[in-house]
Design a protein around this ligand. Structure first.
Ligand SMILES: Cc1cc2nc3c(=O)[nH]c(=O)nc-3n(C[C@H](O)[C@H](O)[C@H](O)COP(=O)(O)OP(=O)(O)OC[C@H]3O[C@@H](n4cnc5c(N)ncnc54)[C@H](O)[C@@H]3O)c2cc1C
Length: 404
């Protein structure tokens, strides 16, 4: 197995590195670099994504005909690696990474023309309306109802855990259009304008919520919401096919570039931070051994990812192996936040350690590199739950990869 980058890949890596050095804005670089959480506002993210779009690199996974970068799997990997190296965020996934490929494959020409350019340019933000109270892992049991009223559907029900719904302009949503066949067959995939009367968004306050109002997830209620029939994607009752297709994109990404960036951040801190023993963490054998253990596991994940990239470059699909990446990737994301917590020591005790914005009248405790470390630790508990919990991923691997 040859896992070396080719000369062409190395030239591409140089191009990305040079571009990022000048294009990743200094103010955001400082904001993201100051805290472990790298918290950026919606305005920051839109500005950054527009810059990527101008360069033609916002949609790395899209074909050229829709304005995408059409990166090869290896180029995508290199791009993520370089992005993580300078601490620049990936694009918010719900539009570009998740719903756009579904619209490309199953949408009408009118849907493509309306949504794809707007998603690419970050003018339209989507959120994901899959889960409901009582329908998470068992998604096919969902109950949100869309009644056929002739030219429109009338939607009633509740979606929950909806990430960034408070910022979203549109939601892609799974609704029940029939109860007559097997459960999966009565589900349809619709696009829903979040400004439609009858929609209300209520925040869910989680363990990582600090006093500054930062909050990620929501419950979304629908009461007699009128959705034009033209917003149905694919055929009525065939939404399960769209839903499964989308999940391949939600789960099939590489984790090691981001993990390596986070480990570099911890390494820098561990070289300077000193605990009661008088030695920096990097020179304490117990910490070093835990750090190396995680580092080796990340390396082995990276090799697995490169192996899968090789298969993708040769024209194969990721398939159920994406469950393997999701499980190991998220476990290691959690392990990295545990190391960060350890190096921060007492400074990790306050939950609300956000980096002050201009005009804020408070100083965080300890060095800036520790800001947000407790928040990040609590926030990262979610990664083994969403996009299909890791227990569900293990079920998939045991059946479809191991054939048990
Ligand atoms: C922070 C966060 C953000 C999220 N964002 C979104 C979003 O934007 N949009 C959206 O639609 N959803 C979102 N989700 C929802 C997420 O997809 C669900 O939480 C997830 O699918 C699990 O469903 P559940 O919470 O109902 O738990 P349940 O399905 O009730 O599971 C409870 C526990 O039982 C285990 N379990 C369940 N079934 C099995 C089984 N068959 N075998 C073995 N173990 C099993 C699970 O692994 C879990 O540990 C988000 C969740 C979180 C935590």
């Amino acid at each position: 197995m040859n896992i070396e980058f080719s000369d062409k890949d190395r030239a591409f890596q140089k191009e990305v590195r040079t571009w990022l050095e000048s294009a990743w804005p200094t103010d955001m670089r400082e904001k993201a670099g100051k805290s472990a959480l790298g918290k950026l506002s919606k305005e920051d993210l839109v500005a950054w994504q527009k810059r990527l779009a101008e360069k033609g690199w916002a949609a790395t996974n899209w074909p050229k005909e829709y304005g995408g970068a059409a990166f090869s799997p290896t180029e995508s990997y290199i791009f993520d690696l370089e992005r993580a190296r300078v601490g620049a965020p990936g694009v918010v996934p719900f539009g570009i990474t998740m719903v756009a490929p579904v619209i490309m494959k199953f949408g009408t020409e009118a849907q493509k023309a309306k949504f794809l350019p707007a998603i690419l340019n970050s003018d339209v933000w989507f959120c994901q309306g899959y889960s409901e109270p009582g329908s998470g892992s068992d998604l096919a049991s969902l109950k949100t109802k869309a009644e056929d009223m002739g030219d429109h559907y009338l939607v009633n029900g509740t979606k929950t855990w909806t990430t960034m719904a408070q910022y979203a302009d549109w939601m892609f949503c799974l609704v029940r259009t029939s109860n007559e066949d097997i459960r999966q067959k009565g589900i349809s995939f619709i696009l829903l304008d979040m400004k439609t009367p009858g929609i209300s968004v209520k925040p869910i306050v989680t363990l990582d919520a600090p006093a500054d109002g930062y909050q990620e997830i929501n419950t979304v209620y629908f009461e007699d919401v009128k959705v034009p029939k033209e917003n149905l994607v694919g055929e009525e009752g065939k939404g399960w096919t769209c839903a499964k297709y989308l999940l391949e994109f939600e789960r099939g990404n590489a984790y090691s570039p981001g993990l390596k960036g986070a480990m570099q951040h911890i390494k820098t801190l561990a070289e300077t931070e000193i605990d009661g023993s008088g030695l920096p963490y990097s020179q304490q054998s117990a910490f070093s051994s835990r750090f190396s253990d995680v580092e080796v596991q990340i390396l082995s994940l990276e090799y697995t990812e490169l192996r899968i990239l090789g298969a993708l470059s040769a024209g194969q699909n990721v398939g159920p192996e994406s469950s393997m990446l999701k499980t190991r990737g998220t476990e290691l994301q959690q392990a990295v936040t545990e190391l960060a917590l350890e190096v921060a020591g007492d400074y990790a005790l306050p939950l609300d350690q956000s980096t002050p914005a201009d005009g804020d009248n408070f100083s965080p405790i300890g060095v800036e590199g520790h800001n947000g470390v407790a928040q990040e630790y609590f926030n990262t508990r979610k990664v083994s739950i969403y996009a299909g919990s890791n227990e569900i991923q293990r079920n998939i691997m045991s059946k479809l990869v191991l054939g048990l």
